[in-house]
Ligand binder design. Structure first.
Ligand code: PHE
Length: 346
């Protein structure tokens, strides 16, 4: 009986290879599994077996049955493919996406970035980019940030091992390589490579050695801006930033400049925002970005004569703006890839 089963399976395998149409498949199935099929015959013979033989043969029959079922499943797939192919006039291409596949959507941070860039484009700013792995010179020295400034500390900044040095640094001792802490380094690179006047915005990813919590992430995004021209004034700074804030938060939003300090701007400010439509934050002054007029020392370090050129600069955190606009309470939502969160912005 065991031999009989083996030969049934072998025959079935041979015959199935020749099947190409649905009718042939049905006929094949009947020959093996139909009321008079070869396998059915063997199953019928079980009645004449002894009590001891029955479970042994039963197991063999089940194995043979499973093999034939596998053959049939493969045949069905083959026949269906052929049928679809002939209906379409071409072979089916299983690598094509299904017509009803769910479409993805832009990430809320990407949307916020595009919105912000669109505002600044209206004012004649173009987008500039630079490397995420930066030299100490472009990130700090050129921005008048002294060696003992806390931002330069190993505790606050992610340095690459000392074996990585860059020949890109114009001054000796500043070739250390790090993950940029702000995109102000793009402003430095732009001043070095382009002739003023120009207006640029530099969007991009930044890194700080921050412990992660609801409002801090070691990896975040900025949009910084720089306008270099003759006689750029604080009135220009106010005008540019006020325009941006009203475009982003609505015409009711108010702004104020609060004196602050950055090594690369003089004078320096924090810009605060107050708006009646920010949910539970409505009516409160909220800090949204640092800004100021470019320090003459920075112009000089970047090869521009301070007697001729002046500039304004600002820098904001993309996550912070997106959180305020959408009422998001935890920065970690942006990176968790939870579809329930992301779908809300689709
Ligand atoms: N670079 C500053 C930061 O990362 C922001 C800033 C940019 C402040 C330009 C003033 C002018 O915090």
């Amino acid at each position: 009986m065991q031999q009989q089963l083996a030969s049934i399976v072998a025959t079935a395998r041979q015959e199935s290879a020749a099947v190409t149409t649905r009718a042939e498949m049905e006929a094949f199935k009947a020959r093996v599994m139909g009321p008079n099929g070869s396998l059915t015959q063997v199953m019928k013979g079980m009645g004449s077996l002894s009590k001891e033989e029955r479970p042994v043969v039963g197991r063999l029959i089940n194995e043979a049955k499973r093999e034939v079922e596998d053959l049939l499943a493969a045949l069905l797939a083959k026949v269906e493919d052929a049928e679809i192919g002939s209906a379409l006039g071409a072979p089916a291409d299983p690598s094509l996406p299904p017509p009803d596949a769910p479409a993805g959507s832009a990430h809320p941070l990407s949307r916020t970035r595009e919105r912000i860039l669109a505002s600044f484009r209206k004012l004649g700013f173009t987008v500039a980019e630079g490397p995420e792995v930066e030299t100490e010179w472009h990130c700090f020295d050129a921005l008048n940030t002294p060696a003992d400034h806390p931002a330069r500390d190993m505790q606050d900044t992610l340095y690459l091992p000392a074996s990585f040095r860059s020949a890109d640094a114009p001054r000796k001792g500043t070739e250390a390589v790090l993950l940029r802490t702000h995109t102000s380094s793009v402003q430095v690179r732009t001043m070095l490579s382009r002739k003023p006047p120009f207006r640029i915005v530099a969007p991009g990813r930044c890194f700080r050695r921050d412990a992660v919590d609801a409002t801090h992430s070691a990896n975040f995004h900025q949009v910084e801006g720089l306008w270099i021209d003759r006689q750029v004034t604080l009135a220009d700074l106010r005008g540019v930033l006020d325009f941006f804030v009203k475009e982003t938060f609505g015409p009711e939003a108010e702004t104020r400049l609060r004196p602050s300090f950055f090594p690369f701007t003089e004078p320096s400010f924090e810009m605060d925002l107050r708006s009646p439509n920010l949910g539970r934050l409505s009516g409160r002054w909220l800090e949204i970005m640092g800004c100021g007029l470019v320090d003459p020392k920075v112009l000089e370090l970047c090869g521009l004569a301070p007697q001729e050129w002046s500039g304004l600069a600002f820098g904001l955190g993309l996550e912070r703006i997106a959180m305020l606009v959408h009422g998001i309470d935890d920065i970690r939502h942006f990176y968790a890839n939870d579809a329930r969160f992301l779908r809300q912005f689709a």
